[in-house]
Ligand binder design. Structure first.
Ligand code: WTA
Length: 658
């Protein structure tokens, strides 16, 4: 099957193909779960019977509407699907106001800073902070539909800023604090943002991150679009303020805590989040208000089997979709208590996560395989030194988890009693799609198990037939669902071609290859496009190539991924310089320069792990770069490809030597 051979990282996950261990939910788990196999069988039957009625029922039950909707799914403009379109609501009202009558004093956020200090914010206080800040934004002229960029550390005020935008109907676009000024400027320009919200400084692992300085550089490159920059004073670090800048505390000083929510239509865009695709330009994934919130909230309740006393901790930054759906929106809409963490898992040492789970009595812990792998490497024995008995459920997201990391997570962190929900989904799907349901499904290490109720996910071969067990194919979603991407910001054409290619007959094509086993469990094998997954973050190979060739010394560059024990995949760049091919110390110096250059162009996450120089890149006679060959070379594999069509076979040796 071609999907396997064309996939960059399939072979690195070969181990999952032979995985056959099965872990049914423990008796201890079953004793306290509220959702079991019967509940889900019933839900599935209901969805199979009438998908529209199924989701409409959930939307009425779980969301609070200003004006109820009369129609669920509208397919008339497919693939621009709409859900609940004539209803009106406000997302922030659904996350905050509606809990004030029942649980104003429940802690919403436990915000732990990099230095270990923690702040406990109740629903009442969070509501007041959001209203104050929303009123501040309003005083700057922010109205529904305006775009606001948020470039913040992972602190409570990042969530406050997102919620305040939602309260006003302003469309936020959060940019991860690790992106460079150039990436930030690109997003400001594409979204035509009026306001940027940032902090004077951030801290990660004890190191200061100069967010405000980066914003200044980005705003300078943004064609005078930005009218105001709001700066939260993270600490007393001296900060140069310009005429357009205003301190968060000054903006809110004169405001009241009364800010009526702006009611918007169900389809009103809640946010744009940029993600990598297979071209050089990031895609502005646009999400709706009601459908998105329904997906985030409903999946949060199902997958995490949420109970009133849970302390939930999702370690993702709000710069990524996981931090949107399972920090800023889902848990708050559900009225949950959650931990928000500014720092990194390895500071002050590799026991930080375990220490925080013990300290805050976390019961549900949701993190990425890359964090698990790095913590195994840095201290596999450290969890045992902490009391992790509060945990009842573990989750994994962002990339395939290798069975060995899964088993360690299960035994050492979860004490053999906590199910692991391995959740497959994407920025575009807005909420989890495939996952074992903890009390209902036995788990298999490395498998995302089954679709959640109301989702029709399939694996197809090139003739559009479902693949046989253990045969790889293309992962597609057959029917629309509420939280799906609505369009790409101001690029509806790219939306259609990127996700609904004609050859798949109107189905949503996820860009992943996958297979099912004999029991119908789904196993994700890797991307089918030129997207890499480094530490759970999506990076386009073209994006990195464009960054490299933007350097005046570079003539040509090709980027591929190679498996990495900790980061899942690592970036390897093959570069041809305009001048001589450097060797020895000159090559080492040039590698340093180019890595730093990519860091400046995109952000540190995109820096190649390895750069190799050659006099030319291997191309076919028709001029196509032979990427499969480069992948083999990057992995150090023997070359099995046919290289007879290669223009210049001698360069292979150069590429192998670096
Ligand atoms: C990959 C992150 C295997 C997949 C929520 C997908 C996964 C891409 C898993 C989306 C998982 C995500 N197992 N692979 N549990 N979760 N992926 O948009 O390739 O940052 O297409 O969304 O990550 O990445 P994104």
């Amino acid at each position: 099957m071609t999907a396997v051979s064309s996939t960059a990282n399939t072979e690195s996950h070969a181990s999952v193909l032979h995985e056959n261990r099965v872990f049914p939910p423990s008796a201890a788990y079953l004793a306290q779960t509220t959702l079991n196999a019967d509940t889900f069988a019933q839900l599935k039957r209901e969805a199979d019977l009438d998908l529209d009625a199924f989701w409409s029922h959930r939307a009425r039950e779980l969301l609070t509407w200003e004006k109820p909707f009369t129609q669920g799914l509208d397919e008339t403009q497919a693939p621009f699907y709409q859900w609940f379109a004539d209803g009106t609501l406000n997302v922030s009202f659904n996350c905050l106001d509606r809990h004030l009558g029942t649980q104003p004093d429940k802690v919403a956020l436990i915000a732990e800073a990099d230095d270990g200090s923690a702040e406990y914010i109740t629903y009442q206080t969070l509501y007041e902070r959001v209203c104050l800040f929303a009123n501040g934004l309003k005083s700057l002229g922010v109205v529904a539909g305006d775009r606001v960029i948020i470039y913040m550390p992972m602190v409570a005020n990042a969530v406050v800023a997102m919620q305040a935008c939602a309260r006003l109907g302003a469309i936020h676009s959060v940019v991860f604090g690790g992106f460079s000024s150039k990436s930030l400027a690109e997003r400001i320009i594409d979204a035509e943002a009026k306001v940027v919200i940032t902090a004077n400084i951030g801290y990660r692992g004890g190191k200061p991150i100069e967010l405000k300085k980066t914003v200044d550089e980005a705003v300078a490159q943004s064609n005078n679009l930005v009218e105001h920059v709001v700066v939260w004073a993270r600490d007393q670090t001296e900060t140069i303020m310009q005429a357009r800048d205003i301190w968060w505390h000054d903006l809110t000083a004169q405001q009241t805590t009364d800010c009526p929510p702006v009611w918007v239509s169900a389809e009103h865009p809640l946010f744009i989040l940029y993600t990598s695709g297979s071209t050089g330009k990031p895609k502005g994934v646009q999400h709706s208000s009601a459908g998105y919130l329904l997906g985030a909230l409903q999946s949060f309740k199902w997958t995490f089997d949420q109970q009133p006393n849970d302390v939930f901790w999702c370690t993702a930054d709000v710069g990524w979709i996981t931090g949107h759906s399972y920090v800023a929106y889902g848990p708050l809409a559900a009225g949950a208590t959650q931990v928000v963490f500014e720092g990194v898992p390895t500071f002050p040492d590799a026991s930080r996560f375990w220490q925080m789970i013990e300290k805050h009595k976390v019961s549900i812990f949701y993190t990425a395989p890359t964090a698990i792998r790095s913590l195994i490497k840095l201290g596999a024995d450290l969890p045992a030194k902490h009391d992790l008995s509060s945990l009842r459920l573990l989750g994994s997201v962002g990339e395939p988890i290798n069975p060995e990391a899964w088993i360690w997570y299960y035994n050492v962190v979860g004490g053999g009693r906590c199910p692991i929900v391995d959740t497959w989904w994407q920025t575009e799907t807005g909420s989890q799609m495939l996952t074992p349901l903890p009390g209902a499904v036995a788990t298999k290490p490395g498998s995302c198990a089954f679709p959640l109720p109301g989702l029709s996910i399939n694996i197809l071969d090139e003739a559009l037939h479902p693949t046989a067990p253990r045969e790889a194919g293309t992962l597609v979603i057959e029917r629309p669902f509420p939280s799906m991407v609505r369009t790409l910001w101001r690029d509806p054409e790219r939306f259609k071609t990127a996700y609904f290619p004609e050859e798949f007959g109107g189905r949503y094509v996820a860009g992943d290859s996958a297979m099912r086993d004999e029991d119908g469990y789904f196993w994700i094998l890797g991307r089918t496009d030129d997207v890499l997954n480094v530490s759970g973050h999506r990076l386009g190979t073209m994006e990195i190539e464009s960054a490299l060739v933007a350097n005046p010394l570079v003539a040509e560059a090709a980027v591929v991924g190679r498996p990495d024990e900790v980061t899942g995949e690592a970036v390897v760049a093959f570069v041809t310089l305009k001048g001589e091919r450097p060797t020895g110390d000159a090559a080492l110096e040039m590698i340093k320069t180019l890595k730093a250059f990519v860091g400046q162009e995109i952000g540190a996450i995109a820096r190649p792990a390895d750069i190799r120089f050659s006099d030319a890149l291997p191309k076919t006679r028709s001029g196509k770069i032979m990427r499969r060959l480069l992948r083999s070379i990057a992995r150090g594999d023997a070359i099995t490809q046919d290289i007879s069509t290669l223009e210049n076979p001698a360069i292979i040796k150069q590429l192998q030597e670096g």
